[in-house]
Ligand binder design. Structure first.
Ligand code: ASP
Ligand code: MG
Length: 412
């Protein structure tokens, strides 16, 4: 007998028909002898509909009331799914966030979970109930309803799995797992049977948006085995877990990419201590996140400084930088919004030399110029011209042999 937390996203519960299908799935897990806690999202489109209603009243509604409003979406799904389970003869009970007592801080619309009281849930599980818990929401210490940010139901599921020490947290969605890269770009993209938390974070933060990043961080921290599966197709999905030393890990797990990048260069910067701070300090104060940073070797005591921001922040970043340039007597500011970032990701590169040179060779063979390079322990990223992005991803995918099924695939 095992305890499974299953999370169904908005499209998986987007209609009564789908909710009935989810109920069938949950019932079959019960029939196999598992205890099941189900976490649900609002029905597809519902959260956006509610946000739009609020915006018809005020462009920036009171955050507390926003949470009261958007948390209702999930509550509707919990009731409907519990009814569908009851119809199938299952004992089921719905819970909203404050009924469980998912205690959060008071940061409305982006609250963080502090503590989960699992007493009521455990008592009901012992009595044989399937528990249907509203995702995305909690309650603060003053009893105010809070929500966890868009996509927050993933985090609810992982947090419940951690609190209940579930055997697995299954995230059901409209894809059948995590892929080596975006299948819309590479035909040969393959579902991974397994990936580590660290790799998943790098893949997710760069465009493979299957899971809320915070949920992956949470799962990694508490070692909750996380599985991404298709809601209505059978298959093993992708298991996200700790690094398994017994298994031969491939050097590279996948190729991630991000088009949402823009590059700024400030040229002819007097090269002296404190200059990086004087440039990037004001950028940070403007709440603009900086990604890749490069400072060149200086000639004649001046240097060039280049960094990337997300494309939407470019106009603001340019304003900030123009002001800084005047202050520090830099020569000029230039920018380029037609760039993209491509990364190879894999924990295996810790123990394999030559990944970077293989990456650069594959790009060179396609005549793709690398503008910037950055590396971490498990990732190498390059900035290239955006028009070469798909070519680069395809070249890297085949260069690292990701189109081929690894041996370890048979293990699940
Ligand atoms: N319903 C919320 C959203 O659309 C939370 C979730 O689905 O995870 O963002
Ligand atoms: Mg989601």
């Amino acid at each position: 007998m095992s305890l499974i937390v299953q999370k169904f996203g908005g499209t998986s519960v987007g209609s009564i028909e789908r909710i009935e299908q989810v109920a069938d799935k949950v019932a079959s897990f019960r029939a196999d002898g598992h205890d099941v806690v189900v976490v649900v999202s609002a029905m597809a489109g519902e959260t956006n509909r509610l946000i739009d209603l609020a915006h018809q009243i005020q462009p920036r509604p009171v955050p507390r009331e926003m949470d009261v409003l958007v948390s209702t979406g999930e509550q509707v799904t919990t009731a409907l799914l519990s009814m569908a389970l009851a119809k199938r003869g299952q004992k089921a009970k719905s819970y909203n966030g404050s009924q469980v007592r998912i205690l959060t801080d008071s940061a409305h619309t982006k609250a963080r979970i502090r503590e989960i009281d699992d007493a009521r849930l455990r008592a009901d599980l012992e009595k044989g109930y399937v528990l249907v818990v509203a995702g995305f929401q909690g309650v603060d210490e003053h009893g105010n309803i809070t929500t966890l940010g868009r996509g927050g139901s993933d985090t609810t599921a992982v947090a419940l799995a951690a609190a209940l020490k579930a055997d697995e947290c299954q995230i059901y969605t409209d894809v059948d797992g995590v892929y080596t890269t975006d299948p819309r770009v590479v035909d040969g993209a393959r579902r991974l049977s397994q990936i580590t938390f660290e790799e998943m974070l790098e893949m997710a933060s760069m465009g493979s948006k299957v899971l809320q990043i915070r949920a992956v961080e949470f799962a990694g921290k508490y070692h909750v085995p996380l599985r991404v599966l298709h809601s209505f197709q059978d298959g093993p999905g992708t298991l996200i877990t700790v690094e398994d030393s017994a298994m031969e890990t491939p050097t590279i797990a996948g190729i991630a990419f991000n088009r949402d990048e823009a590059k700024l260069t400030i040229e002819g910067v007097p090269d002296m201590p404190g200059v990086a701070y004087r440039i990037l300090g004001p950028v940070g104060e403007a709440n603009i996140e900086v990604d890749v940073i490069v400072q060149n070797v200086s000639h004649d005591n001046t240097t060039d400084f280049t960094f990337t921001v997300s494309r939407g922040d470019l106009p603001r970043a340019e304003d900030v930088l123009n002001a800084v340039a005047k202050e520090i007597n830099a020569e000029k500011v230039s920018s380029d919004a037609k760039i993209a970032k491509v990364s190879v990701v894999g924990v295996g590169m810790r123990s394999h030399a030559g990944v970077a040179s293989q990456m650069f060779r594959a790009l060179a063979e396609e005549g793709i110029n690398i503008q910037m390079i950055t590396t971490s322990e498990i990732k190498i990223s390059v900035i290239i011209e955006e028009k070469f992005l798909e070519l680069a991803v395809r070249a890297l995918h085949s260069s690292f042999g990701l189109d081929k099924e690894p041996e370890a695939e048979n293990l699940d």
